[in-house]
Each structure stands twice: as structure tokens, then as C-alpha cells.
Design a protein around this ligand. Sequence first.
Ligand SMILES: *Cc1c(COP(=O)(O)O)cnc(C)c1O
Length: 235
Amino acid sequence: MAHESGGEGGESALAARLRAVHARIDEACRDAGRSPDDVELVVVTKFHPPELVEALAELGERRFGENRHPEARDKRAAVGRDDLEWHFVGQVQTNKARQIAAYADCIQSIDRPGLVDALATARRERPLDVFVQVGLSDESGRGGVAPDALESLVEHVLATPVLRLRGLMTVAPQHVEPARAFARLAELSADVRRIAPGASALSMGMSGDFVSAISQGATHLRIGAAITGERPMRQ
Ligand SMILES: *Cc1c(COP(=O)(O)O)cnc(C)c1O
């Protein structure tokens, strides 16, 4: 993928897609009266080989998102750089929590008390950044805590000092206007900040809806296909 050609002046197709996404992020920030410095890009590289992460790191990216163990662990080990930040964005099985906690810099998909407890035993000393994932629909399989159980889960995270709560994460439900879902997450974030003033991050926005997410206050975008190109099939 690093060697795909295309674009102008010998720029790779990957570099061209990355540049186009950054341009759209900058424009969306301008339109929303926000600084691009307040929006962090996590490039979701699931199913892609380590070489793609290396190529993106060469192009200046430092944050990467993965959703499956052990793919995430193996990729991190294969890339072998220590200047990258790895975000786990997929559902975490309780019996995998310890292993994921061993290599993830951030887990964005905290969705239940049992997972908090499992992570607490896994990472006793080295703090771990986390987001609580909120499910904004009844769609099964997307994960996330229901809004009415959010506050008690947040309290549980706050009672677990080794976990540093950064904020909330969501995946926009399929049948809802993304802007409405993102506005809802922003409202829930305001509630959460009454008990967790530092938890101000909002991880929302993917390839198809990141412009809308920026206008609703996203601080972390999780963008895959728009940058990486189509994902290879799951092995
Ligand atoms: C795959 C994935 C993304 C990226 O999705 P794209 O549509 O490829 O941008 C973002 N967040 C989560 C949780 C994902 O699983």
C-alpha cells in the first residue's frame, strides 16, 4: 500500500487520501469555529498489515485504532516503534482485558462495570486512558452502555484510579441522523462532566460522518477507510 502510485507529483494514493482527509478536517474545524489542534485523528487500521501503519507513521500520523485482539497486539509488535499511540476501539471480552491492557495506550470501548474491574486488576500501576462507549440505539452488536446506565458506570471508572477517564465515545447508529446522535453524546458529556470535570473528550466521527462530528464538538475522530482505502476481508 505504501507503494501504490497515483495522486500528483509521485504522491502515493495513501498520502493523497490522508491529505484530503486532513483538508476536510481543517475545513470542518474552520466552519465550526474550532481549532484543528483540538481535534485528534486516530487512524483505524484494522485488517490492514503493519506496513500500512508504518507508511502512515512516515506520513506523520501517530495515533492508530484497532478493534480486535490479537491482531492489535501483533501489529503493534510488528511495527515496533515506540512513538505511536494505540487505541483499542473494539468490544473487549472480559477474559481478554488483561492482554489488551498490556499493550493498549487507550481503550475507547469501556461499556460495563465488569470490564472496569478486569482492567483494574490487569493494570495496577501504569495508568490507562479510557473512554466510556455509549450505545445510542438498541442495535445489537455495536456495544456501548445505555444512556440511563452511563452515570453509574462513570462513577465506577472514577472509583478506579488506575483508569484515567478521558471522555465518551460513540458509533452513530445506522438509522439516526449522525448529527443528532453526536449532539446527544455532547449532551451526555455535559452531564458526565458534572461528576468528572476532566472527562471532556468526545470520540465520535468515522469516514462517513466526521464532518458532522466536528460540528458537534468531536475531539477524537476514528477514521479508517477514507484514509486506508477499502479494508481487506476479515481473515
Ligand atoms: C472500523 C471502525 C472505525 C472506522 O470506520 P471507517 O468507516 O472505516 O472510518 C471507527 N470506529 C470503530 C469503533 C470502528 O470499529
